[in-house]
Structure formats: structure tokens, C-alpha cells
Design a binder for this molecule. Sequence first.
Ligand SMILES: Cc1cc2nc3c(=O)[nH]c(=O)nc-3n(C[C@H](O)[C@H](O)[C@H](O)COP(=O)(O)OP(=O)(O)OC[C@H]3O[C@@H](n4cnc5c(N)ncnc54)[C@H](O)[C@@H]3O)c2cc1C
Length: 287
Amino acid sequence: MIPAPFDYHAPESSQEAVRLLSELVSAGTDVKVLGGGQSLLPVMRMRLAAPEVVVDLSRAADLVGVREDGDALVIGAMTTHDAVATDPLVREHALLLALATETVADPQVRHRGTFGGALAHADPAGDLPAPALALDAEMVLAGPNGRRTVAAADFFTDVFTTALAEDELLVEVRVPRYTGWGAHYEKFSRVAQAWSIVGVAAAVRVDGDSIAEARIGLTNMGSTPVRARSVEQALVGQPATADAIRRAATSAAEGTTPPTDANGDAEYRRHLAGVLTSRAVLAAAAG
Ligand SMILES: Cc1cc2nc3c(=O)[nH]c(=O)nc-3n(C[C@H](O)[C@H](O)[C@H](O)COP(=O)(O)OP(=O)(O)OC[C@H]3O[C@@H](n4cnc5c(N)ncnc54)[C@H](O)[C@@H]3O)c2cc1C
């Protein structure tokens, strides 16, 4: 289907985009920000969304790229999935993000879709919120009153819902460095290039033969990504062996509220969470 008619703006910078967005929102205009368009355009074509105005960020060059800033990596919101997955800094200091991003969709979608768009979209089955949560990423939001930083744990508030106000943009994401940590994203889906039925993002620091620190985020085990804190705690000090990891992973579904849908019921997802967590941590510890 063809989207309903809309006005279109393509500002040349994030500052210009914020100014425009703020003017439109205060005038009561129904406006949508366009990132890579991989989620918004299908929804507009189905006429599930029919904004009066679209503000396209694709010309805002200041929103693209990965840079170092002290102890953090800073990833611009309009950096494509492909650029994140192949970036040498991301691979060295936040490998988990690169590995999770490699599992998103297909090469075409990864060349158009953006890191910021995927986080702002907040799809419970999306593969990037859980690694962002596991790594304690921080979202930098820009609005009419300046910038504010929101921890990933506070950013995802519900299904397709975030802490972003209507007149705010996600401009960049700050990720602490996990240099030398092993990482793995274990994605379970029925067909290639599909969203996760359940996904597990694991980053592990191994010291000698045992696990010194672990960070685990779960995809599609609730309305927002979830941290498997009891598994993280149970892993600390354990040998990095299959048996020890399997024992620690049994509590992966603790405190989760997975959905029931055509791909599986909640009980099946709870079972998957344990199995996939065990696999993800074992692979992360080996890497
Ligand atoms: C065939 C197909 C398969 C896919 N498979 C997967 C998959 O396996 N795993 C997965 O995780 N995802 C998958 N996706 C989704 C893909 O990752 C999208 O790129 C992503 O969900 C949205 O990113 P985008 O840049 O395209 O955002 P858009 O579609 O442009 O926007 C999505 C939403 O975020 C808002 N938004 C975008 N950028 C910003 C910003 N900077 N600030 C504030 N709000 C913003 C928009 O207003 C909109 O509400 C798939 C998509 C397709 C089409």
C-alpha cells in the first residue's frame, strides 16, 4: 500500500532537526522522525501510522559514526547496523553489540536500518535493546531544553515505548568499554532473517579458569528487555565449564513475563531462556 500523504523535511543537522521537531510538536502537528525507515515505512505503508509530517534524519551527518570519549564509545543514532557491526572500535570494546547487530535481518536492512532507530523503536523482539541493557549503555536525548542522558534500564518503558518525549531525538548512545570480555548473542528464530522468538546477549570476563563478571540481557522475555541478574550473580567465581554454566543458567527466566504468540507460549520461552543463556555464556566464555 502507499502511505497517506505527508509533508517531508530533511534537516542538515541534529540541532536543526530538534528545532523543527519542537516547533511542529508545539503547534500540535502529528510528526514522526525517520531514521533508516525499516520499521516506520512498513507501518506507514500499512497505514497503521499516518503522520502529517516526517522529519528525515538521513542528512544530519553529525548523527553518524563511532568515536571514543574517555571510558566510553559513542555511537551516533544514525549509524547503520552494518557500520556498527563492522566498526573496529565496537568490535574491540563492545563486541556484544557487533555480534547482536550481525543477526539483525539481512544485508539490505542492515545497510539502511540504524542503531538509534532500532533502540527508539523498542520492539520487544528487536535484537539490540537487550545487549544495550546488558552493557549499561546510556541514551543521549536532545530536545528543546537541551540534552539529557537516560540509562538503558530506564529508557525502555513498555512495548514500542521509551523515555523519549515527542519533541526529543535520540542523538547518540554511550557504551562503556568491555575490552577483553568474551561475548555472544544467541538468537532463536524459526527462519533465517527473522526477529528473535527469544534472544540472549551475554558478555563475560574470564579470569584464569573462572568467570569474574557476567552481563546478560534477554530479548522478547517481557515488554522490555530484561537483565538476567540472578544468573549473572550465580556465574561469578564459577569455573567456565559447561556444567557450571548450565547450573547457573537455570534461573534465567526468573522474574520475566514472556509473551504467548504464534511463535510459542510463555512456558516455551521460559524453557528457551535457560537453554539459550547456557549456550550464550559458554560461547562468550570461550571467546
Ligand atoms: C525485513 C525486516 C527484517 C527485520 N529483522 C529484524 C531482526 O531480525 N532484528 C531486529 O532487531 N530488527 C529487525 N528489523 C528492524 C530493523 O532493525 C530496523 O532497522 C529497526 O527496527 C528500526 O531502525 P530504523 O533506523 O529503520 O528506524 P525507523 O524505521 O526509521 O524508525 C523506527 C522508529 O524509531 C523512531 N526513530 C528513529 N530514529 C530515531 C531517533 N534518532 N530519535 C528518535 N526516534 C527515532 C521513528 O520515529 C520510529 O518510530 C527488521 C526490519 C525489516 C524490514
